[in-house]
Ligand binder design. Sequence first.
Ligand SMILES: Cc1cc2nc3c(=O)[nH]c(=O)nc-3n(C[C@H](O)[C@H](O)[C@H](O)COP(=O)(O)OP(=O)(O)OC[C@H]3O[C@@H](n4cnc5c(N)ncnc54)[C@H](O)[C@@H]3O)c2cc1C
Length: 462
Amino acid sequence: MREITVEAAVVGAGTAGSGAALNLARSGMRVALIEHRRFEEAGARWINAIPPWMLDFAGVPRPEPPEACDHGMPVAIFTKNDAPCFILDPSPVWKTDMRGLVRRLHRLCRDSGVEMIDRARLDAVELDGGRPAAIRLQREEFAADGEPIVVRARLFIDATGLSGMLRRRVPALDSACPPAPPEHLCSAMMETCAIADPGGAKAFLTRLGAPPQHVACWFAVEGGFSTLNIFVDRNYRQADILVGAATVKGAKTGPAMLREVKARHPWLGAAVLSGAGLIPLRRPYDRLAAPGAALIGDAACQVFSAHGSGVGMGLVAGRLLADEVSRFYDPGSEPATWSYAAAFQRRFGATLAAYDLVRRLTQNLAGEETDRLLTSGLLGPDMMRFGLDQKLPKAKASGVASMAKGFAREPRLAGRMALTAARLPLVVAAYKLYPRRPDLDALAGWSRRVAKLFGEKPDLGG
Ligand SMILES: Cc1cc2nc3c(=O)[nH]c(=O)nc-3n(C[C@H](O)[C@H](O)[C@H](O)COP(=O)(O)OP(=O)(O)OC[C@H]3O[C@@H](n4cnc5c(N)ncnc54)[C@H](O)[C@@H]3O)c2cc1C
């Protein structure tokens, strides 16, 4: 048995875990980064869209080609019947090859002195008075050198994605972080494929009235919270397809949606790369940390719910975590881990929660209602731009005019939107009041107040 002692041990080497390990090491800590798979297979392995400001915040240099596939790719929105709504050109997101980003984060971690351990699965957690003191990693299923490893640390970080493998083994977090129910999960699939018939691809874009090198985007393709994006490159060589839908009763899975898209568009050819998975859509867990443990990324539900994007917020959370806990002698002490949770919820929890309210509204709309939202101006380019950039909207003259037009055209739909809109400032204000100092009673009270705004059971104190 090998034994390693560090100050912080990060479990899961996807973007959230690697970004956190990097920032913790940069703040002067001894850090281990632990991954179940081989490092070259860790995290998301497909093309994702990321607002570059989130990389800046996390201290990760912006990607260059080929890792950055497109800077500010234009996004064209269509109704279900392919009527054009509007185009965001440029959009605020960069198409990024996640394989390149994860590889680069691992290289930065190595260069910063992080101890890198792959092919090691978190198997057990040793608790001392409820606080994790050590974790045991299982390796025998992998290699001849597969002796178990015990890692001792003051702070353990769960970056294992939706599975929350560490979270589930720390009683204080397990009891406060219920698994996301199906209606708050999105089944998604992304595929980059060869274009088998460039003529077919051209005919498709001509019919849409869209040029290549744009993302054509449809909402509510399966009703409720669902989407289809198709991107055709300027040389008609490759296409990217993204599909996703909330896993509500009767909904199709991402892989099933993708199969149907390819059957409908025979000009799409063989897959070059692809990936599928479940994305948590609920607002972040109310409790993000306990003594000796912190959650980041999908394990914390730090996902921008309106479009199921978790890469940027996971990176942002890793930076905040390092900034906060490095101020304390014991980075796993209750004041240290709590200060990370409070900093995240006060600064970014409000944004994630506000857009989660909007996502819940759209999830309950029929497909043609979503189309009317887009064509009436109730959901116009200004709002969409803020959403893609993962920022709270600011009132702009053009946006207000578009919404006013929408109110006049679709008063009933506008009325439903107004009910959600009225709760948004309350949600934002509530998150700004997340208890600053360790106080579980205050947190339970806060959790109940926020849950009331969402009309659901609180994470704590229910
Ligand atoms: C098809 C699809 C498209 C998406 N598109 C976008 C997009 O455009 N933009 C965006 O921002 N987000 C997108 N997302 C969401 C995004 O991919 C996730 O939010 C993000 O990858 C989460 O990062 P993470 O580091 O928290 O978790 P993960 O990427 O899931 O990484 C977790 C890591 O932990 C490891 N691990 C798990 N269990 C253990 C264990 N027991 N021991 C050790 N290691 C373990 C895993 O092997 C993995 O490497 C998409 C998701 C899907 C499925």
